[in-house]
Design a protein. Structure first.
Length: 598
């Protein structure tokens, strides 16, 4: 666009969560004055590498515990200004602010990844763009039985970052009264929580959710927080006559420690997610969406085929998958529904038939079976939680704008074997990073995996234009809550009970259709929003939590149970077919990445 953008990298928004502050809620940073060098990006929060294909391989060896930083991208008030800080703010020009939370199932993610570069977004939207680091995995979501490790601190990091934005964004030319909170995948799950958390009230005005809502968390909260704590403490030898909380707090924890924990927890590593343990998220997720929203507008959407990302990548790594699925799909899928969602074998027949009753013979090709399983994953984790959130919000008086990202990128950055857009395909277009990667390759401002640099060179001019068009409508939403249909004079329609309008987005083609996107959500909804046992604690009797001995006893008891069950082969409890489908329906990124990491 020719606009100059100032990038302020690695700004701390809370004290380093080190020493006694590990596992604790963030402590506001002290204001000492002086000058902070914000020219270089700083590392993300401690995490393992992410590899989900031979090409897409993200090295996270530079990640650390001292990670509570944010990046700010701001249009210069004057292109001729030599010193941005000394330039007097123009009181009559305050820019809208977009705060973005990355995805990665609360296990991976960082704000220095070039996918989240905000240069193009800030320039095209004429807005301030902020991308936040928050703690992940055990550092962000471990909880002890006695609450000395309170849990959910990753969410509290986000809250502290929002407070920092509220207090400081005017110094960058932003309007603290015009903040939009956005996120993708797990970032969208989090942003949705903040839309009704009483502690987040007044910190942002609108929300922008990409691929999911807090209803998506329903299928991740499958392991009690006490059991997770017991396994972590046992793995790190913090149960042998020591105070487990003190031991975990003072121990030197490294990426090798995380790897040991992941190896022990296996797919339950992905159950380290927000849970109902405090006033930020003080009720079961399904109870939080009842007339409690403190925003006035939300724009939310999904990609056309969310599930393909997970199924196709997983199937490519396990070539025997299609054969196994083809043997007894009905038994495998219905058993998976029972184990994962608590759906009775008899009741699951209705859901199974809804997906598989379109064949007179009951037989399907391997391709058809894989596609249907992809539908199940996409619907139960992304499509339906998004649609349910949209309906709940609209019924509560929130103005809802719904979209489906329908463009298949000319470059498949995730190596999806399908021919339709899937999970994460939308990120570089919605955030504009396909237009700024070339600059990153010159400046090395942000972490730039080679696969993304190579892909950027191949995007078409039409796709670059499409990205800019989409960003302009996000900007309209940020300013007024009223995006428009590109290429027309029509306002983006509201999503209401009477008219559930959805805009399908592709280059030079923005089409309004009547929703919902899937006709299967009525089948999933009872299991997504119904009351269920609280998984934050175990169902077995609890010892008192007032002494170190009671904590150890509680944790050791759970550790013994876990050690008795974790070494089993899948055939000990369920069929091989069901095991694979359990992985699929058990949620995405997470399980896939664990399975394919080398």
């Amino acid at each position: 666009m020719g606009r100059s953008i100032s990038a302020f990298m690695g700004i701390p928004y809370a004290q380093p969560p080190l020493g006694k502050l590990r596992f604790q809620r963030p402590v506001p940073i002290s204001r000492k004055g002086g000058v902070f060098d914000a020219r270089q990006a700083r590392p993300g929060c401690l995490q393992l590498d992410l590899k989900y294909s031979e090409v897409v391989d993200i090295d996270n060896s530079d990640t650390v515990e001292d990670c509570l930083h944010l990046n700010v991208f701001a249009p210069r008030r004057s292109d001729s200004a030599e010193d941005y800080e000394d330039e007097a703010p123009k009181q009559d020009v305050k820019l809208p602010v977009f705060v973005f939370l990355y995805g990665g199932v609360y296990v991976w993610g960082e704000n220095q990844l070039a996918l989240y570069d905000g240069v193009e977004f800030a320039a095209e939207a004429d807005a301030i763009y902020v991308v936040v680091n928050y703690r992940l995995n055990i550092f962000g979501f471990l909880k002890s039985p006695d609450d000395r490790i309170p849990g959910n601190v990753g969410l509290w990091d986000q809250l502290e970052a929002l407070k920092w934005v509220r207090e400081n964004i005017a110094s960058f030319g932003g309007d603290p009264e015009m903040v939009t909170l956005g996120g993708q995948s797990a970032g969208a799950f989090s942003a949705a929580i903040h839309t009704y958390s009483p502690l987040s009230r007044g910190l942002f005005k609108r929300a922008f959710l990409m691929s999911g809502s807090s209803f998506s968390l329903k299928f991740l909260q499958r392991t009690s927080t006490d059991d997770l704590f017991g396994t972590v403490a046992n793995t790190l030898s913090c149960l042998d006559g020591v105070d487990p909380v003190d031991c975990l707090t003072t121990r030197n924890l490294t990426r090798n420690s995380l790897k040991s924990i992941e190896n022990e927890l296996r797919t339950r590593f992905m159950n380290l997610v927000p849970s109902s343990v405090d006033q930020l998220m003080d009720h079961p997720v399904d109870e939080l969406h009842r007339n409690k929203y403190h925003i006035k507008e939300v724009m939310l959407g999904i990609t056309l085929r969310e599930g393909d990302f997970f199924i196709n990548n997983f199937g490519r790594r396990l070539p025997f998958f299609s054969d196994l699925l083809g043997q007894t799909p009905q038994a495998a899928i219905r058993l998976a529904m029972k184990v994962l969602f608590g759906i009775g074998i008899r009741e699951s027949a209705e859901i199974y038939n809804a997906y598989f009753a379109d064949s007179a013979t009951g037989e399907f090709s391997s391709h058809e079976l894989v596609r249907k399983v992809s539908d199940i994953v996409g619907h139960c984790v992304f499509d339906c939680p998004t649609e349910i959130f949209a309906r709940h919000a609209a019924a509560s008086g929130v103005k809802v704008r719904h979209y489906v990202y329908a463009h298949q990128p000319s470059v498949k950055i995730n190596l999806n074997t399908g021919n339709e857009p899937t999970h994460i395909d939308d990120i570089p277009f919605m955030l504009g990073s396909i237009n700024s990667v070339a600059e990153n390759s010159r400046t090395l401002r942000m972490k730039l995996p080679k696969f993304f640099l190579d892909a950027q060179k191949k995007f078409s001019p039409e796709e670059h234009h499409f990205s800019r068009v989409v960003i302009r409508q996000i900007a309209n939403f940020m300013r007024s809550g009223k995006p428009r249909i590109p290429g027309s004079d029509r306002e983006w329609p509201l999503y209401t009970k009477a008219n559930p309008a959805i805009v399908y987005m592709a280059p030079n083609n923005f089409t309004v259709v009547k929703g919902p996107k899937s006709d299967k959500c009525s089948l999933w909804e009872p299991y997504i929003v119904s009351s269920s046992p609280d998984t934050t604690t175990s169902t077995e009797p609890q010892a008192p939590k007032t002494t170190t001995e009671s904590i150890e006893e509680n944790v050791i008891r759970r550790g013994k149970v876990l050690r008795r069950t974790q070494g089993r082969n899948s055939s000990d409890t369920v069929t091989a077919q069901a095991s694979i489908l359990l992985l699929f329906c058990s949620l995405a990124y997470f399980h896939l990445a664990v399975s394919v990491r080398t």
